[in-house]
Design a binder for this molecule. Structure first.
Ligand code: ZN
Ligand code: ZN
Ligand code: FE
Length: 757
């Protein structure tokens, strides 16, 4: 007696070789029926005796493809049909779109071997892929993930490729990106005016050009990179000049770990991240005497390094390069350039040549950036390789759209037990980033079939994401405080339900008193927060100008310390940079309260100290002064400056004037700047841990969540974590979404969901 059942498998099950696996399992067990992709997942119609069907389901779970992630398996009994064999059926479009879309996967080892095997028909073929690797999210127009719904639909498979596609014994059985040099996409080389270079092998010519010091824009998975030889100092400097990018670090790409070890220290954990199929840029500590140009990351003790992730990258890097600069190709704060037409329009005067290909990028997506903090992965920019994988939540959520912040924007959609944070969108003040933001929201809603009835946004009245949300019709709107969102985001990814002590440290967030917050101690759950501590307000003059010019911030902070006596502090390094006139003009404006605002920002305090110590007076990119301050820290300094929180009307205040006075005393006493930098970091950690201790006494809460951009600072995060853990606190940090503003959309969604209940 035969039984027939339908089995619906949900999760990340498409584009990972699931159907071929099912096919082979079914055939080996003698099961008849079929398997297909649907909008909801993979659907199997199976006929066999009861025991065999049971074994079948067990084997699906235990032998699933490596990249697959099963979230549920539902079975429904059916009337017997008498199937004669087992087939992979055409995809059916169902109603429910709950399927998880696979992120882009770096080239697998099998494909790499074929790429360099002179006897293989894919030898040197730059678009070699299989069921286990290749582009996914970046080329998908809609689900289900079939060839007709992705960019490969323009390329009809040749006979040999089709054989692989239909033959269950082949490793490219039902590979939706299958192609070869006869039937697949091609590469083309263009000069700076967009004129095609004919009669030359585009790959060899490109390698030759890079060796000669040229800058080539190369199309990859999620967009174009600007590429040059990282050992060629004048090429790297020229790229800086053309991009108008003074100091912001460039990412590097090297063939393998051995090569990376020639210029960086690589720990085991970092090696695992570098080699993972997500292939992020990993921030690594640099070595000293190296051949990589100093212009790659001026003033920093680290490099962002990535291994190749496409066949094309491998083909180029095999040609004896130690490292290539591979930086996202874009204009200023615009999104990454994703088509040749955009490249020509936006990279004029930057790229000498363009290496284009004709596989369209549907969803533009940058390289992800990660770093190891506390010996775990910490995501700085969540994009290719990670998105659109969801963050699994401990609770069921309503369908919410959270639109995120302004800089480093991401948005987030939720449904059921899942949050879907978008890829890094960028700075919304750029018009094209705003367009990218709006288009991506629409795209995500379609892809996941989510129709949010609630929209969450930041309280800041000027954030363009908030303005976008305010304009939406027919949805419930929830305004969320910036630092509450940071903490809720950290709670969500750590599965915390109860109240915590939240420590949010960042540059700028709009407070519910209308002032600028940035060092906040919140007792929070998802629905509420209470602000029980912060850095004591200082009057900051200059608004946005202060953010980009730390010497202005230093003036505001020091005026708070010295008052009129500041003009006598001529020996301070920042004084000679700024000049007495400028300093007096700022203090004059502070007296008259012109363009001033009280702030409790930790980011600004770091800026001020960086300038006071003569390290960085102007930020040419976000966070520069703080990153350079961290970079020069002398290791193994445990001293710190004593400063203690004081209670005022039930709120714990940390007064940084006490701290700054001591920093300057040390500076005047001739203590080395790297030692002062270490003592300053240590003091921040001690001050925060003291406040947390006081709050635990008051509330009996023992869980501390750390969030905000300042926790990208490895030294600070590790120091603070160890101090808190020594006091028996349970400390939680981010690893699944960024601790910077790229993570707040998740927190906003959690809060809006809780409030709307
Ligand atoms: Zn492969
Ligand atoms: Zn082919
Ligand atoms: Fe923030």
């Amino acid at each position: 007696m035969k039984n027939r059942i339908k089995i619906l498998i949900k999760g990340t099950v498409q584009g990972v070789g699931f159907r071929p696996k099912i096919y082979n399992l079914a055939v080996s067990l003698g099961i008849n029926g079929n398997v297909s992709n649907t909008n909801a997942g993979v659907l199997i119609d199976a006929e066999a005796d009861e025991k065999t069907l049971k074994t079948f389901i067990e084997k699906i779970k235990s032998e699933k493809p490596e990249k697959a992630n099963i979230t549920s398996i539902e079975t429904v009994p059916q009337k017997e049909k008498g199937y004669k064999d087992f087939k992979i059926a055409k995809s059916a479009a169902g109603k429910e779109k709950s399927l998880l879309v696979t992120p882009d996967l770096s080239i697998c080892n099998d494909c790499q071997n074929e790429l360099f095997d002179a006897a293989n028909r894919r030898h040197n073929y730059p678009f070699t892929t299989c069921v286990n690797c290749g582009p996914r999210f970046s080329i998908i127009n809609k689900i289900p993930y079939d060839r007709k719904n992705n960019s490969m639909r323009h390329f009809e498979q040749c006979k040999a490729c089709e054989w692989e596609y239909i033959n269950p014994a082949e490793r490219r059985f039902h590979s939706e990106t299958n192609s070869c040099s006869i039937c697949g996409p091609e590469i083309f080389l263009f000069d700076k005016n967009g004129k095609k270079i004919e009669n030359e092998n585009p790959l060899n010519k490109t390698i030759d050009l890079i060796k000669k010091g040229k800058i080539v824009a190369i199309k990859g998975i999620g967009g174009f990179h600007l590429v040059c030889d990282a050992e060629n100092n004048s090429a790297v400097k020229e790229l800086r000049k053309r991009k108008g990018r003074d100091k912001k670090p460039f990412a590097l790409m090297s063939l393998d770990i051995e090569k990376i070890k020639e210029y960086c220290i690589v720990t085991q954990k970092e090696e695992a991240l570098l080699s993972s199929q997500e292939r992020p840029i990993v921030l690594l500590k640099r070595l000293n005497k190296i051949t990589v140009s100093e212009a790659v990351a001026p003033g920093l003790d680290s490099f962002g390094v990535i291994l190749p992730y496409t066949p094309l990258h491998y083909l180029i890097l095999k040609q004896d390069f130690l490292a290539l600069v591979a930086t996202s190709a874009n204009k200023a704060e615009d999104p990454i350039v994703a088509s040749f037409r955009e490249a020509l329009a936006n990279l004029k005067g930057i790229a000498d040549f363009y290496l284009d290909h004709n596989r369209d990028i549907v969803n533009r997506i940058d390289d992800s950036i990660v770093k190891v903090i506390n010996n775990k992965e910490s995501i700085i920019r969540r994009a290719r390789g990670y998105v659109p994988s969801p963050v699994k939540l401990e609770q069921e959520l309503k369908e919410v759209l959270a639109v995120g912040g302004e800089l480093k924007n991401t948005f987030c959609l939720t449904k059921g037990n899942y949050a879907f944070p978008s890829q890094h969108i960028g700075d919304l003040k750029s018009f094209t980033s705003l367009e990218h933001f709006e288009r991506s929201i629409k795209n995500f809603k379609d892809l996941f079939g989510i129709k949010p009835k609630i929209v969450a946004f930041d309280m800041h009245p000027e954030y363009l994401s908030a303005k976008y949300a305010e304009k939406l019709k027919g949805v419930k709107k929830v305004k969320v405080q910036h630092h509450h969102a940071h903490i809720a985001s950290c709670m969500a990814e750590n599965g915390i339900q109860e109240k915590v002590i939240g420590v949010a440290l960042d540059g700028t967030g709009y407070g519910d008193d209308g002032l600028i917050w940035g060092c906040e101690f919140l007792i929070a759950d998802y629905a509420h927060f209470e602000r029980l501590g912060h850095l004591k307000y200082i009057l900051l003059q200059g608004g946005d100008a202060a953010v980009s010019e730390p010497w202005r911030t230093a003036t505001s902070f020091l005026y708070d310390v010295y008052g009129k006596g500041l003009t006598k502090e001529k020996k301070l390094p920042f004084f000679s940079f700024a000049g007495r006139k400028n300093i007096e003009s700022i203090t004059g404006l502070i007296d008259k309260k012109v363009n001033t605002i009280p702030t409790s920002s930790m980011g600004r305090l770091f800026d001020a100290v960086s300038s006071i110590l003569g390290i960085c007076h102007e930020n040419t990119y976000e966070g520069e002064a703080a990153m350079e301050l961290e970079s020069i820290i002398q290791e193994n300094v445990i001293e710190f400056y004593d400063w203690h929180p004081e209670e005022e009307e039930g709120v714990m205040l940390l007064d940084c004037s006490e701290l700054l006075r001591k920093v300057i005393e040390d500076l005047k006493a001739g203590i080395k700047v790297p030692v002062i930098a270490a003592k300053f970091h240590n003091s921040i950690a001690h001050g925060i841990s003291d406040v947390a201790g006081e709050l635990r006494k008051q509330t009996r809460i023992n869980k501390v969540c750390l969030s905000g951009g300042c926790f990208q600072n490895r030294y600070l995060t590790e120091k603070l974590t160890s101090l808190l853990e020594a006091e028996n606190f349970r400390v939680y940090t981010h690893s699944k979404v960024p601790t910077n503003d790229g993570g707040i959309s998740l927190g906003q969604a959690m809060i809006a969901n809780a409030i709307a209940k």
